[in-house]
Design a protein around this ligand. Sequence first.
Ligand code: SF4
Ligand code: SF4
Length: 141
Amino acid sequence: MQPFFESGSLRFSCTGCGKCCETAGEYYVYLTPEEASVIRNHLGLSRAWFRRRYLARLEEGELVLGPGRDERCVFLDQAGRCRVYPVRPLQCRTYPFWPEVAANRRDWQREALRCEGIGHGPVVSRAVIRRAVRQCEEQFD
Ligand code: SF4
Ligand code: SF4
């Protein structure tokens, strides 16, 4: 069956509310060692300090951002802005066009309860959505 984003017109416009950066303990922000390195360089931190302060490993060895306060991303500042926005990981750059969100109407609508940008703004081109979905599949599958 065709994924939802191939048949529907998906509208999205980020308001910058920062809700998707509050994990509420439900998910992690995964990143590759290369992405971690780019973020570390952006912040100008030493390898050891950056690893201790900002990274964690899950039981199976996956690299994730370490926990922040109140189950918010460790890079979300007090004003609700991402401190590493220009170099944020692919997982953040592709949201909400993740395979598990955009492929199914029900999941897309459920995600809209969390993200107020879903269902608003201009229709996003299928090429953009396909690219985001493909990048996620390549990185996470
Ligand atoms: S929850 Fe949605 S609208 Fe809010 S910052 Fe994240 S992507 Fe943007
Ligand atoms: S890295 Fe930035 S965009 Fe990604 S979850 Fe953290 S604060 Fe949000």
